[in-house]
Design a protein around this ligand. Structure first.
Ligand code: ZN
Length: 293
């Protein structure tokens, strides 16, 4: 049974093949295990809880992670409920061409960036040049603009406010911030609030009920609950755990009397049509609308 319409944030990648030190060893230190160790079958199983899931490549060699565009494309091939996103480090000399190839040759449909992991600043010329390609192909962009456990990441490149310039530069390009931009949820929401093409996702927040409650209360107060996209960050969470976390956070807000939200609020997040908001279609819908010949 599907519990969510779209999960906008899932990962592939096996420990030892795609996920290495320093991130893997730092994950072990921070969490006591390396969770980023996904067999494709376990993603396919988990993705049954959502109607459609977005699966992310991740080109983050500076922290020891390379889940390639080719690997994502070949793993999800033939799965009509999965949409693949490319990832390209803007610091690669031929980054724009790599992204164009990921769209034209591999059929990937969006771009995942994580400046803190990829060691670039969102305002760098290389990043803006890469975003021109994303804009050309109308590829929605997911930004990891928030903190992380690994000291191999560059923390000063992780602030959500860095995206305001990007949002102004590309006013028609749908983009969203992962994990509510934690721990800068208010900063992230302040950016999302200013730009109608900016969104924010719920992923990997269920283990921090107080932080999630604050994020929801802030979105409520700034009247941007309708800009929240449902995401899990699988394998770090699941659809079921994310929904439980959202319900618990809403209940906490109610108990504290800080925001009037209900089960209905959570249902609206779960059933939000993120594909339409991001300008995406499922692979089976694309086939139906493809011109003959
Ligand atoms: Zn993630």
């Amino acid at each position: 049974m599907t519990l969510a319409k779209v999960d906008v944030h899932t990962h592939l990648g096996k420990h030892g093949t795609h996920v290495h030190a320093p991130l893997a060893t730092d994950e072990l230190r921070a969490w006591g295990k390396v969770s980023w160790d996904v067999e494709p079958e376990s993603l396919f199983d988990a993705a049954r809880s959502a109607e459609t899931s977005i699966v992310l490549a991740f080109d983050a060699e500076p922290v020891g992670v390379v889940v390639s565009n080719e690997y994502v494309a070949e793993t999800i091939e033939g799965h009509d409920h999965l949409i693949g996103f490319a990832s390209v480090n803007p610091n690669r000399p031929n980054a724009p061409q790599i992204l164009a190839n990921a769209v034209e040759k591999l059929g990937l449909r969006g771009l995942k960036l994580g400046p803190t992991y990829q060691h670039f600043h969102a305002h760098d010329k290389a990043a803006l040049d890469l975003l021109e390609v994303a804009n050309h192909y109308r590829l929605p962009v997911l930004w990891h603009q928030g903190t992380t456990f690994t000291s191999s990441a560059i923390a000063e490149y992780s602030r959500p406010l860095d995206l305001d310039l990007v949002a102004r530069r590309f006013p028609d390009l749908p983009m969203w911030i992962a994990h509510f931009g934690h721990p800068w949820m208010e900063e992230a929401i302040s950016v999302v609030r200013r730009h109608e093409h900016m969104f924010i996702d719920t992923s990997a927040m269920d283990t921090r009920p107080w932080q999630l409650a604050q994020a929801l209360a802030c979105a409520y107060e700034y009247r941007v609950l309708d800009r929240i996209l449902f995401g899990t960050d699988f394998p770090f969470s699941t659809v079921e755990r994310t929904i439980d976390g959202l319900n618990a956070a809403v209940e906490l807000c109610t108990r504290l009397g800080i925001a009037q939200m209900t089960d209905e609020t959570v249902q609206q997040i779960c059933q939000r049509d993120a594909l339409s908001l991001l300008g995406l279609k499922r692979p089976d819908a694309l086939e139906q609308t493809a011109p003959a010949g």
